[in-house]
Ligand binder design. Structure first.
Ligand SMILES: *[C@@H]1O[C@H](CO)[C@@H](O)[C@H](O)[C@H]1NC(C)=O
Ligand SMILES: *[C@@H]1O[C@H](CO)[C@@H](O)[C@H](O)[C@H]1NC(C)=O
Ligand SMILES: *[C@@H]1O[C@H](CO)[C@@H](O)[C@H](O)[C@H]1NC(C)=O
Ligand SMILES: *[C@@H]1O[C@H](CO)[C@@H](O)[C@H](O)[C@H]1NC(C)=O
Ligand SMILES: *[C@@H]1O[C@H](CO)[C@@H](O)[C@H](O)[C@H]1NC(C)=O
Length: 451
């Protein structure tokens, strides 16, 4: 910062840098989106301008901050994305896309942009993968003037590194078709058999690390927010993870995790912590699968929906689940419009087989498998897709219906033939051979039936 004719590094009061500050700096420099910032510690103390970080948060320019003359061994390194930015979104990882070409910013037309391109942009600005990508979400004043169509492969590090070609014409892009983008939070749960349980990790500066919150204070609101962000249902518990050792973490303020707030606006601090925390969400289990196999099918085949059985055949229903946790049980729930019944078997090798003898009409209805397991001191369950079973007298009622329709069509056809022959006969006189006409009509009935 230049102040009193002197350029010096900037330090913030109480080292309280957050992403909003970085956003303000990148915007003030007409660089793109704020990507990240890190504290750099110099070997020696030197003069800095110390500012109140509040004077940047409000979106005002650095010029209005009155700096204090100080010495510090700390400063901040900031990375802005240079030539792409998202504007008018609710946080730095969402908004209308603008690209800087030839020293000016312009929107991009939807038709010149696809998911691969979106991946590159989200990565370039230090956010998670794209979650929404569509036009007209974030206000635009005029039709985008984007003149290039981007042809990213998805792995490039910057949008302007992607190959591109001249767009097929600027007139074909009307207002409301500028690309709007929402990138997700860069968090994950690791170390457990489910993506909805485990140690919370955050990707920052291209590095996944466990998350530590100030004062190690985790509350259920934060856990609920994490579960929701990961699409994992509701919060079940949070506990200290068993493994404990000093290792690098990203330290964040606990309010960064509160529901409604965007983790993307938080600037994690480099730190070490001894203990990490494990989060458990209700959507822990994957969905079980349900299969039907029957004696009449010869080989046992699993079919997911709308299965038919021949009356009297033996059949079985198998429930299984991708291995996540040992043990547990499967409950098979059978329901018709006026009746519900269930039976339970222990899960062996992550599956259970329910055997039935002689299928009858009473077996018609809807079957579902529910897997129950007790882990992390809680009961969890997850339910399969429904399997609708019908029991028929003939092998296939659909085949019956088709043949019935064919016969009816055939009869209709031959009826028409007879009708027109009869009319012609009336006109041409009584000397025609009625017996011949009759057999031809029958022949046509056989033909139709064969079809
Ligand atoms: C860049 O802008 C200058 C002046 O506005 C113009 O002459 C030039 O053609 C532009 N270049 C491109 C590639 O659009
Ligand atoms: C992207 O372009 C920059 C220069 O503009 C170059 O340094 C960098 O290596 C490129 N990266 C890729 C992945 O092409
Ligand atoms: C269910 O309803 C059907 C007729 O709708 C009836 O035939 C059947 O006996 C009923 N089953 C039970 C268990 O009540
Ligand atoms: C399962 O059956 C038992 C009795 O056999 C009953 O108490 C229970 O409510 C049933 N559960 C479901 C989900 O239908
Ligand atoms: C368990 O199932 C797997 C395949 O799903 C199979 O390879 C293995 O032999 C089974 N083990 C037992 C004890 O049935």
């Amino acid at each position: 910062m230049l102040h009193q004719k002197e350029w010096r590094p900037v330090a913030a009061w109480s080292h309280n840098w957050d992403m909003n500050l970085v956003v303000a700096v990148c915007a003030g420099l007409d660089c793109g989106s704020a990507v990240s910032a890190k504290k750099s510690v110099e070997a020696s103390w030197r003069p800095v301008w110390r500012i109140n970080s509040g004077c940047l948060k409000s979106g005002s320019s650095l010029n209005y901050c009155l700096p204090y003359d100080e010495n510090s061994d700390q400063s901040h390194e900031i990375i802005c994305s240079d030539s792409v930015r998202l504007v008018q979104g609710t946080n730095r990882c969402s908004g209308r896309l603008e690209v800087k070409t030839n020293q000016s910013w312009s929107s991009v037309c939807e038709k010149d942009f696809d998911l691969q391109d979106a991946k590159v942009v989200c990565r370039e600005i230090g956010c998670g993968p794209p979650s929404v990508h569509q036009g007209a979400l974030y206000g635009e004043a005029e039709a985008p003037v984007g003149s290039r169509e981007f042809l990213c492969e998805g792995s490039e590090s910057a949008l302007l590194n992607c190959s591109s070609r001249k767009s097929s014409g600027r007139n074909s892009c009307s207002p409301g078709q500028a690309v709007g983008l929402t990138c997700s939070d860069n968090i994950r749960l690791v170390g457990e058999a489910s993506r909805c349980a485990g140690r919370l990790e955050l990707l920052h500066q291209k590095e996944w690390r466990p998350v530590a919150v100030w004062l190690d204070y985790w509350d259920m609101n934060s856990v609920a927010a994490v579960c929701a962000k990961l699409d994992c249902g509701s919060a079940v518990s949070v506990r200290k993870s068993e493994e404990a050792s000093w290792r690098p973490m990203w330290r964040i303020r606990s309010d960064c995790l509160q529901s409604g707030s965007a983790l993307k606006n938080c600037l994690p601090d480099d730190g070490y912590n001894y203990q990490s925390h494990e989060i458990i969400c209700s959507g822990l289990l994957v969905e079980p699968l349900i299969f039907l196999s029957s004696s009449t099918d010869g080989v046992s085949t699993g079919r997911k929906q709308g299965s038919e059985l021949l009356i009297g055949s033996h059949f079985s229903i198998m429930c299984s689940i991708r291995p996540q946790y040992e043990g547990g049980s499967f409950q098979l729930i059978f329901s018709t419009s006026n009746y519900t019944q269930n039976q339970t078997l222990p899960a062996v090798n992550h599956s259970a087989l329910f055997l039935f003898s002689a299928a009858g009409h009473a077996h018609q209805g809807t079957y579902r498998c529910v897997y129950h397991v007790y882990v992390f001191s809680y009961n969890f369950s997850s339910i399969s897709q429904p399997l609708n079973l019908t029991v028929s007298v003939s092998a296939s009622p659909t085949a019956l219906i088709i043949s019935l329709v064919v016969v009816l069509l055939g009869m209709l056809g031959s009826g028409l033939v007879l009708y027109f022959k009869a009319r012609r006969n009336q006109k041409s006189g009584p000397e025609n051979n009625h017996h011949d006409e009759g057999s031809r009509a029958e022949g046509s009935l056989e033909e139709e039936t064969a079809v």
